[in-house]
Design a protein around this ligand. Structure first.
Ligand SMILES: *[C@@H]1O[C@H](CO)[C@@H](O)[C@H](O)[C@H]1NC(C)=O
Ligand SMILES: *[C@@H]1O[C@H](CO)[C@@H](O)[C@H](O)[C@H]1NC(C)=O
Ligand SMILES: *[C@@H]1O[C@H](CO)[C@@H](O)[C@H](O)[C@H]1NC(C)=O
Ligand SMILES: *[C@@H]1O[C@H](CO)[C@@H](O)[C@H](O)[C@H]1NC(C)=O
Ligand SMILES: *[C@@H]1O[C@H](CO)[C@@H](O)[C@H](O)[C@H]1NC(C)=O
Ligand SMILES: *[C@@H]1O[C@H](CO)[C@@H](O)[C@H](O)[C@H]1NC(C)=O
Length: 619
């Protein structure tokens, strides 16, 4: 009797403690923006693209990036180097050097020029330990399996490794750098990606929120809002050479995530101007009319090869005999980069209208993508929701109407009754593209469908999964079913795409779909864990055909780190960590011993606590 009441008392005080820490973590975090890092915002004097004349296009870029033999193993190295002089002086001296060398400089001449006029890559950033990082974020308490819990600890540690802060000089002299100055430190993806990336940051920020790093998450969002103010949109990543393209528009979703975690309605309302601006940027510059519906496509607005993959683009461009055809090819490469899926047979249109071919067959801007339109629907819904927090009913109606238009377009143009899912639409051949991509299910994630029809949609989506055997891959659902050696094709699996599938199926809310959702989340966690246990790395992408193996293919070496992979795992350990067990490794026996020890410890603490309380009450 005594023992039972003691445990009951302990449980009561335990849940009070939990409630307190919960309340604390959901409170409004303080705004840890460093005043010293304020960016010059005088629009008259600061051209945010001042360094573009070096890094975005032109003769200097062309000459260095196409030198034979190549000066750098990775084309991205050169465009990430710092200038030692102003862009104008650098260009003038380059021109003089070219003249002195009769326009045919040797590789040695070019190497000398680079050594004299540029500093090594990465010097603009310093490592930064997030000030709000904590050793034991509460998500760890949601994980039962001790091996997974330990992994959670290690993933949380990785945030410290991926923190970067800009040196003050970047903020003072942005024209010497390709990097885009931002006021707050960031968490980067990792590997060769030493700056922030736009859509990566969505999953990174969610991971940070689950890790209770509200200040860092908010700082990253504020960086994006500041970029919208200065540039009018968010470039693909934090470099001026991404100036002609964005990435899947998830800023509004980031703000929504932050507000869901913190209940900070003021933050939502204050962000509205930038969020609307970004929404308009997409709908005004990316729109097409299909079957009398205005929908959006991925599209780039710059000219020339991608500066960071210059040599590669010039090489594939050699297939084309006219400048016009080559320019179009570059533009399609960059549009594919805007989609985040660079590259994939998803964007190939062959001469006979299939997804056969190679990079020369990229036709991204002619394909109406399911995901982009679903995201824009979602953005409009969230903007309407934030306006309703502000009590602005006129704006609520305006954005609800915009959302409805996207919803109708998604239904009329992209929903495919025969396939039972949404499909990208090929405007060139005026037909749906019946190829699997996880984004075919992206409307489920952002609820861009009629919720009353969930049962029907669930039945057809489950049949689609069965038909394409999507549940048969040991390492997760591949990005497509075509093996092309491009990195966004089979057998590669990507964390954000698993996320869209799993969260989307969960939103359908039928037993079958929820079951599959949980199964895929569990498989993903276990497979990532197996790879981590073996290699001590989180990968940028994984292999669908093999359990616990990193992915490959594409243009560059395998990257580790890795922001969005970590973010997705932390979220799913939080959501499913009570139910997933790694089952049976050496750690499991140890874990049983540990749980016996902890049960014993809890009982002893309970006895003592109970006794103290008991005595105090009745004295
Ligand atoms: C795109 O949107 C603009 C502004 O809303 C509109 O004027 C234009 O006609 C649209 N273009 C297409 C191709 O739908
Ligand atoms: C196209 O849509 C407009 C309104 O958006 C409507 O007035 C027009 O009748 C539609 N045309 C066709 C052919 O459906
Ligand atoms: C793409 O395929 C064509 C043949 O259709 C070939 O001529 C070309 O070399 C290939 N290009 C690349 C970059 O693989
Ligand atoms: C891909 O494009 C190239 C260049 O236009 C063309 O020669 C080739 O036939 C295309 N490949 C396919 C499979 O259609
Ligand atoms: C949603 O689906 C229900 C049930 O089929 C239907 O009655 C309703 O009209 C649909 N709503 C819209 C906006 O299409
Ligand atoms: C859920 O999945 C399990 C296997 O993973 C299966 O045995 C069970 O029948 C499924 N339940 C439903 C409702 O689909």
């Amino acid at each position: 009797m005594f023992k039972l009441s003691a445990i009951a008392l302990l449980l009561v005080s335990w849940s009070c403690l939990a409630a307190v820490s919960q309340a604390k973590s959901f409170g409004s975090p303080d705004l840890g923006t460093d005043d010293n890092n304020a960016i010059a915002t005088d629009e008259e004097t600061v051209d945010p693209f001042a360094s573009c004349e070096i890094y975005c296009e032109g003769e200097l870029l062309h000459t260095i990036q196409t030198a034979q033999p190549k000066l750098f193993a990775d084309s991205k190295t050169f465009v990430d180097m710092k200038l030692n002089n102003s862009p104008d002086k650098t260009l003038a001296d380059f021109k003089a050097m070219m003249e002195a060398k009769n326009q045919t400089p040797s590789n040695e001449d070019l190497k000398n020029f680079v050594d004299e006029y540029f500093s090594p890559k990465g010097t603009e950033l310093e490592e930064w330990t997030p000030t709000d990082w904590t050793e034991n974020p509460s998500f760890l308490d949601l994980i039962s399996d001790p091996d997974l819990k330990q992994w959670g600890v290690e993933l949380n540690n990785i945030w410290k490794i991926l923190g970067r802060k800009m040196k003050d000089d970047v903020l003072k002299n942005p024209q010497y750098y390709s990097i885009i100055p931002v006021p707050n430190p960031v968490i980067i993806p990792g590997g060769r990606f030493i700056e922030f990336y736009y859509w990566d940051s969505y999953w990174i920020i969610r991971g940070l929120l689950y890790s209770q790093m509200y200040t860092t998450a908010r700082g990253m969002i504020e960086n994006f809002l500041s970029i919208v103010n200065r540039f009018g949109f968010i470039p693909n990543g934090g470099r001026v050479y991404y100036h002609g393209r964005s990435q899947p528009p998830l800023l509004t979703g980031m703000v929504k995530s932050y507000v869901d975690f913190t209940n900070d309605d003021k933050f939502a309302i204050d962000a509205l101007e930038e969020l609307e601006h970004e929404f308009e940027f997409f709908t005004n510059n990316h729109n097409v009319t299909v079957k009398n519906h205005s929908l959006c496509v991925y599209r780039d607005s710059s000219s020339g090869p991608r500066p960071e993959s210059y040599r590669e683009d010039v090489e594939t461009g050699e297939t084309f005999s006219t400048n016009e055809a080559r320019e179009l090819h570059y533009s399609e490469l960059k549009a594919a980069a805007e989609s985040g899926m660079d590259f994939s047979s998803r964007w190939f249109i062959s001469e006979d209208g299939t997804n056969d071919g190679n990079l020369t067959n990229l036709s991204t801007s002619l394909i109406v993508p399911v995901d982009l339109n679903a995201y824009l629907y979602w953005n409009a819904k969230i903007i309407a929701e934030f306006h309703s927090k502000a009590g602005n009913t006129k704006k609520v109606t305006e954005y609800e109407t915009k959302a409805e238009k996207f919803l109708l377009g998604i239904k009329e143009v992209l929903w495919n009754e025969e396939a039972g899912v949404w499909l990208d639409y090929d405007m060139k051949n005026e037909k749906p593209r019946d190829y699997f991509v996880p984004t075919n299910l992206s409307p489920l994630w952002v609820k861009a469908f009629n919720i009353s029809e969930s049962e029907k949609i669930s039945a057809s989506v489950m049949a689609y999964i069965e038909k394409h055997k999507l549940d048969t891959f040991p390492g997760g659902v591949p990005n497509t079913l075509s093996y092309t050696n491009e990195q966004w094709d089979a057998p590669n699996v990507w964390a954000p795409m698993q996320y869209i599938l799993v969260e989307g199926l969960n939103n359908l809310n039928t037993p079958e779909a929820k079951n599959m959702s949980k199964k895929w989340a569990t498989r993903w966690v276990k497979s990532n864990f197996a790879a981590f246990s073996k290699d001590r790395h989180m990968y940028e992408k994984y292999n669908a055909d093999q359990f616990g193996v990193g992915g490959g293919g594409g243009e560059y070496e395998v990257q580790t780190g890795f922001g969005w992979s970590n973010g997705v795992i932390i979220e799913w350990l939080s959501k499913h960590g009570r139910d997933i067990s790694t089952g049976g490794s050496g750690g499991a026996a140890a874990s049983r011993v540990m749980s016996i020890v902890s049960v014993a410890a809890v009982t002893i603490v309970a006895l003592i606590a109970g006794r103290v309380l008991w005595q105090n009450w009745f004295k």
